[in-house]
Design a protein around this ligand. Structure first.
Ligand SMILES: [Fe+2]
Length: 232
C-alpha cells in the first residue's frame, strides 16, 4: 500500500467509541502494587489512542462475551477512583470480542493505575507530557510478525522506556485471514512491551499490506482482524 493510501486508510479507520465515566468508590485497595504485564484472561491487553494522548487512553483486549464491563482507574499516587464502561464488539471471524474502554479527562504528563472488573492485578500507564516541546522518547518499527525475532525486538524496544510504540504496518502478518495470528501478536506485545517501572506502553499503528487479504487495493472487509481492533 502506498504511503498516501495507507495514511488515508488510517484516517478513515478512526470512528467513534464511547466510554461512560462514572464517579464512585472502588474496592481494589487490597490489590498488589500496580505494574507489570497482563496475564490471562487479559493477556492480549494493550493501550492505544484515538484522541488527545495527553488526556485520554484506550484500554483494549480480546476476550470472551462475559468479560468485565467496567474498569476502575485512579492517579498512581492517591486521588479519586473512578470507573469507565467497557464496550464490546465482535472480533471478526471468531466468537470472541474486542473489549474497549476509553478513559478521558486525564491529567497531562501523569501516571495512572487501573484494574479490570473484579480482577486483582493493577496495571500502570502514563499520559503524554503537556507540551510538544517537552522531551519524550518513542520507538518506531514495522514488519513485526509473531516469532522469536519479534519477541526479541519487543524486549529491546521496551528497554528504551518509550512513551509509546509506533508500528508503521505489517504487525502480525495475519494477511487478513488469521485472527489467531493477530491475537498472538497482541499477546506478545502485551507480555513484553512493559517499561522498567512496570508501565504498559501504548501502541500506535497504521495498516500495512500484510493486514489485508490480497495485500493491495483491498476493501475494508478484507482486513477483519486489524480493523476489528484499530477501527475505533
Ligand atoms: Fe512490510
Amino acid at each position: 500500500m502506498s504511503f498516501v493510501d495507507r495514511r488515508r486508510f488510517l484516517q478513515s479507520s478512526l470512528g467513534t467509541v464511547g466510554a461512560l465515566a462514572l464517579g464512585g468508590p472502588l474496592s481494589a485497595d487490597d490489590a498488589p502494587a500496580p505494574g507489570g504485564a497482563p496475564s490471562a484472561p487479559f493477556d492480549s491487553l494493550f493501550l492505544t489512542w484515538r484522541q488527545d494522548p495527553t488526556t485520554t487512553m484506550i484500554i483494549q483486549w480480546i476476550g470472551d462475551a462475559d468479560a468485565p464491563d467496567k474498569i476502575a482507574y485512579a492517579p498512581l499516587e492517591g486521588g479519586v477512583w473512578r470507573t469507565a464502561a467497557v464496550l464490546a464488539k465482535p472480533f471478526t471471524g471468531t466468537d470472541q470480542q474486542v473489549l474497549r474502554c476509553e478513559l478521558t479527562g486525564l491529567k497531562q504528563g501523569s501516571e495512572y493505575k487501573f484494574s479490570i472488573g473484579d480482577a486483582k492485578p493493577q496495571y500502570r500507564f502514563r499520559t503524554m507530557p503537556a507540551k510538544a516541546t517537552d522531551e519524550f522518547c518513542f520507538v518506531s518499527g514495522g514488519d513485526a510478525g509473531t516469532g522469536s525475532h519479534a519477541v526479541s525486538s519487543n524486549l529491546v524496544a521496551a528497554k528504551q522506556d518509550p512513551y509509546f510504540v509506533l508500528i508503521g504496518g505489517d504487525l502480525a502478518y495475519d494477511n487478513g485471514d488469521s485472527p489467531k495470528t493477530f491475537r498472538r501478536f497482541l499477546q506478545n506485545y502485551s507480555r513484553t512491551i512493559v517499561d522498567s517501572d512496570g508501565r504498559l506502553i501504548p501502541l500506535v499503528s497504521c495498516i500495512g499490506n500484510h493486514e489485508v487479504q490480497g495485500h493491495f487495493g483491498g476493501r475494508r472487509d478484507q482486513s477483519p482482524s486489524y480493523l476489528s481492533v484499530f477501527d475505533c
